[in-house]
Every structure is written in C-alpha cells, then in structure tokens.
Ligand binder design. Structure first.
Ligand code: HEM
Ligand SMILES: *[C@@H]1O[C@H](CO)[C@@H](O)[C@H](O)[C@H]1NC(C)=O
Ligand SMILES: *[C@@H]1O[C@H](CO)[C@@H](O)[C@H](O)[C@H]1NC(C)=O
Ligand SMILES: *[C@@H]1O[C@H](CO)[C@@H](O)[C@H](O)[C@H]1NC(C)=O
Ligand SMILES: *[C@@H]1O[C@H](CO)[C@@H](O)[C@H](O)[C@H]1NC(C)=O
Length: 347
C-alpha cells in the first residue's frame, strides 16, 4: 500500500517535472508574430478598406448565431486552402472536377464556401473589388476561432487569388489514419515544425467528423481507446459508410478551448493522427503542456495560424482579385475588365 502510493507520487513528480520542462522549452522560443512575407502587411487595407475586419466579424457573428457549425467549417476551409498551392482561394473555385471534389475535401461545407462569397459581396460593395477571396478566407477562419471562445490575433493581409487550382496537390493533405511520424513529415514539407503541428491540431477542439474518417479505430476496436468513447463511436457508426458524424472534441464540441489535449491524455482522441500525438515522444510533452496551460496553447496556435496563413501566397501583381470567389475573372471580356477596373478604384 505504502509502496504503491509512494510510487504514484514519484510518477506524478516525474510527470509534473516533465511538463514544467516542456513549458520552459516552449516559452523560451520567440513569442513575436512570425515576420510578414514580402507583399503582406498587418495594415494592408487600413487606407483602402478600413472597415474590412469589422464587416467580416459582424456578419459572421450573425451567421454563427444561426448555424454554429459554420465556425469549424470555415476553419477547416482555411487549412485546406492554405495547404494546397498556398492561401490563394484555390479551394473556393468550382471545377469539373475541382479541388473540393478530391475525397479529402468531401467534408468541406458548400454552405460555408458560400458564406465566404457572401462576405466578399458585402466587402466589395463597401470598398470595391480590392479585397481578395484568399484574404477573406483567412479573416473568416481567424474570426471562427475567437468567436468560438479562442484567442484573438492579427493576421497579415494582401493575398491575391489564384487563376487555377490543383487536384494533384490536394491529394497531399494529411490523413487521419496516419501516425505522428507521417503527420510531422507532411507539415515539415510546409516549414511547419513540431510545435506548430501540435498547436494546429488543437483546431480539432471544434467541429465534427464523418464515420469513415475514424472507422479504423472502431473496427477493429482500438483497445487503447477510452471505453466510454469507444461505445459512443460504435453506436454512431454501424459501418464505415454511415453518414453520421461525431464531434472531434465530445466534451466541449462548440468551444475553442484546450479540452482537445486533455481528451488525448484521457485516451479520448478521435483520429489516429490525434491520439498518436500523445504517444510520439516528440509531441507528448507539448500535449501535456497545452492540457495544463490554455494560454500557452492559444499563443502557440495564433503563432502557427499566422505562419500557415502565409504559405505560398500570391501578392502584388500576381494572380487577381476575383469578382466572385468561385470563378476566375473572365479576362476575355474587354467590357467586363474595363468595368472591373473602375470598381477597383478605392473611394
Ligand atoms: C494534423 C493533421 C490533420 C488531419 C489528419 C486532419 C483530418 C481531419 C478530418 C479527417 C476531419 C473530418 C472531416 C469530415 O469528416 O468531414 C477534420 C475536421 C476538421 N479539421 Fe482537421 N485535420 C488535421 C489538421 C487540421 C488543422 C491544421 C486544422 C485547422 C487549423 C484543422 C481543422 C479542422 C476542423 C475545424 C474540422 C471540423 C470541420 C467541420 O466541423 O466542418 N484540422 N480534420
Ligand atoms: C497554376 O498557376 C501557377 C502560376 O501560373 C503555375 O505555376 C501552376 O503550375 C499552375 N498549376 C496548375 C495545377 O495548373
Ligand atoms: C498513411 O495512412 C494510409 C491509409 O491508412 C496508408 O495507406 C499509408 O501507408 C500511411 N502512410 C504512411 C507513410 O505510413
Ligand atoms: C459494437 O456494436 C456491435 C453491434 O453493433 C457489438 O457487437 C460490439 O460488441 C460493440 N462493440 C463495442 C466495443 O461496444
Ligand atoms: C524517443 O524514442 C526513441 C525510441 O523510441 C529514442 O531513440 C529517442 O531517444 C527518444 N527521444 C526522446 C527525445 O526522448
């Protein structure tokens, strides 16, 4: 008895000291926002569209009151846009097929894609056609985070919209079935480091997933999974083809908080790619640190979000400012581009 209790306290001593060590290592990194890339700026529209951010926030506040699930839907659109050919609005383009037809993008909500174009319409009415769909996508995701209870942070702007999209690159999106080893390599190829990966995975504190994305842990039953969660998943997903969904963070599904990490420690992660972060010795300490300190998670999330938001951006005279987010501008129509140019002048 005495032996087992001293053993427990020794274990918790090691746990606490390893957490403290992990937090020390993290906070000694630079805290400032990542430097802006050439062409992007935190004050890009301050003269030409000073109300841009207020317009986006006000409209989304209304949208989320009606349809709270659009917050996670907009956040994942940001990720899938930026990860494929950069943050250039390529995911928004209709195609036959387009990026959204790639199987890994099938969960992307076409309603949330429409919300981005609604925002574009309101913004262009006020400021003219000077704000890109790529920038609106980033702002919408930033707002989705803080309107769900997460951190508020500034994002650099000035992205332009792509003239094309890439189905091939969309096949490189990370898979929920893969282990941390694979996930880290996927993100490393975009210059996102271990801390970025663990922090960004915390986006899975809101939103939901379809059965086929986690069925590999339902059947065969993953014996390491918490039994309560295992039962719930088993009854939600009779087969992998079931259309049902389950919350990514079933403890607080609509709140952007650090419960995702606490769930991982409790063996209540949904995807293999989530739960394995608490196994791999490069990421386990970070999971513990974020579970212990939500402020630290918020800091690291904001930092990684801004980094991701600068992936492969088009700036200055590259690409275009789309008049509608789902189609490239028709450059063949002289009349139309003449009208576009007039609209483009800031008041
Ligand atoms: C680490 C690698 C990642 C993997 C393997 C992954 C995989 C997935 C999968 C399979 C889904 C469910 C899709 C569906 O069934 O419709 C999902 C949902 C989601 N993911 Fe990720 N994801 C990753 C990283 C990220 C990142 C970096 C973000 C954003 C910063 C993010 C944000 C989300 C959100 C918000 C949802 C919920 C979407 C909704 O409710 O509509 N994920 N993810
Ligand atoms: C899209 O356009 C860019 C810039 O012109 C080009 O480098 C890229 O190869 C194009 N991608 C596809 C898939 O056509
Ligand atoms: C990632 O998961 C997929 C699907 O389960 C699997 O086919 C693939 O081999 C995994 N990738 C690696 C590098 O292990
Ligand atoms: C899952 O449900 C099936 C019946 O649908 C049942 O046979 C099986 O025992 C359940 N497994 C768990 C772990 O609850
Ligand atoms: C992680 O584990 C591997 C073997 O599983 C070991 O070789 C390595 O030294 C460990 N790294 C750390 C930082 O503990």
């Amino acid at each position: 008895m005495a032996k087992s209790s001293s053993c427990t306290s020794l274990n918790s001593f090691f746990l606490i000291s390893s957490i403290l060590f992990a937090s020390y290592m993290i906070s000694s990194e630079a805290e400032a926002n990542p430097p802006e890339l050439n062409g992007l700026s935190y004050s890009f529209y301050s003269q030409t569209c000073p109300n841009l951010e207020t317009i986006v926030t006000n409209h989304l506040t209304k949208v989320f009151q009606q349809t709270h699930w659009q917050a996670p839907a907009l956040l994942v659109i940001f990720f899938h846009d930026c990860f494929v050919q950069g943050c250039d609005g390529s995911l928004l383009l209709d195609g036959n097929p387009g990026e959204r037809d790639e199987p890994l993008n099938r969960g992307i909500s076409s309603k949330a894609v429409k919300t981005i174009d609604e925002l574009r319409e309101i913004v262009h009415k006020e400021c003219g056609r000077i704000v890109s769909c790529a920038d609106i996508t980033v702002l919408a995701a930033r707002d989705a985070v803080f309107l769900s209870g997460g951190p508020y942070f500034n994002v650099p702007l000035g992205r332009r919209d792509s003239l094309n999209f890439s189905i091939e690159e969309a096949k490189n999106l990370p898979l929920p079935y893969n282990t941390t080893d694979v996930t880290l390599k996927t993100f490393e190829s975009k210059n996102l480091d271990v801390t970025d990966v663990v922090a960004l995975s915390g986006a899975h504190t809101i939103g939901r997933a379809h059965c086929h994305t986690f069925y590999n842990r339902v059947s065969p039953q993953d014996p390491t999974m918490d039994k309560t969660l295992a039962k719930l998943l088993n009854s939600t997903c009779p087969t992998t083809y079931s259309r049902n969904t389950f919350p990514l963070d079933f403890t607080t599904p609509q709140l952007f908080d650090n419960k995702y990490y606490i769930n991982l420690i409790n063996h209540q992660g949904l995807f293999t790619s989530d739960q394995h972060l608490f196994k791999d010795n490069r990421t386990k300490g970070l999971v513990e640190a974020f579970a212990l300190d939500q402020t630290l998670f918020f800091q690291k999330f904001a930092h990684a979000f801004v980094k991701m938001s600068q992936l492969g951006v088009l700036t200055r005279n590259q690409g275009e400012i789309r008049a509608k987010c789902n189609v490239v501008n028709d450059e063949r129509s002289v009349v139309k581009s003449f009208v576009d140019e007039i609209v483009q002048l800031p008041n």
